[in-house]
Design a protein around this ligand. Structure first.
Ligand code: MG
Length: 157
């Protein structure tokens, strides 16, 4: 078994879509980044990379490369799910905390869980999602950013 941990944070700005876990969430603000800035998929991909001892997403998909401008983070995750298959490993379960002052994310848990289950080819029962506010404190609380932590366990196929 192998354990992985991933983290990501992106700045919230006007004029961008808010995409979390591959799902577009209705919001006046969106996350700024070189790709679609999906903090959930970035943290998830890095958690897989960490568990495998593989290069992280910043190394494989550098934001200095125009080829990766505005790409869907599903493509980033797909690189790591392929790597999982090559290494003959599967995700036993994953858990995450999304830190966001708004929007309220609990109405979207089910949709995000289904999308992640689809992208990872695992059952929805293996995916934990929790969103927390920062009680108005700091960059998250001031609605300047959204952050996400993902932890997961891998086992051999
Ligand atoms: Mg990122």
């Amino acid at each position: 078994m192998k354990i992985g941990l991933g983290f990501d944070v992106h700045r919230l700005v006007k004029g961008r879509k808010l995409i979390l876990g591959g799902v577009e969430i209705p919001c006046q603000l969106g996350l700024l980044g070189h790709s679609d800035a999906d903090v959930v998929l970035h943290a998830l991909a890095d958690a897989i990379a960490g568990a495998l001892g593989a290069d992280d997403i910043g190394t494989i998909f550098p934001n200095s490369n125009p080829e990766f401008k505005d790409i869907s983070s599903k493509k980033i995750l797909a690189y790591y799910t392929l790597l999982l298959a090559e290494r003959k490993m599967k995700i036993t379960n994953l858990d995450m905390v999304i830190l966001a002052e708004r929007p309220k994310l609990s109405p979207f848990y089910s949709t995000i869980r289904k999308e992640l289950a689809h992208l990872l080819s695992i059952d929805t029962e293996r995916i934990g999602i929790k969103a927390k506010t920062a009680e108005g404190l700091g960059m998250i609380g001031e609605e300047k950013a959204i952050a996400c932590w993902v932890t997961l366990l891998l086992d051999s196929i």
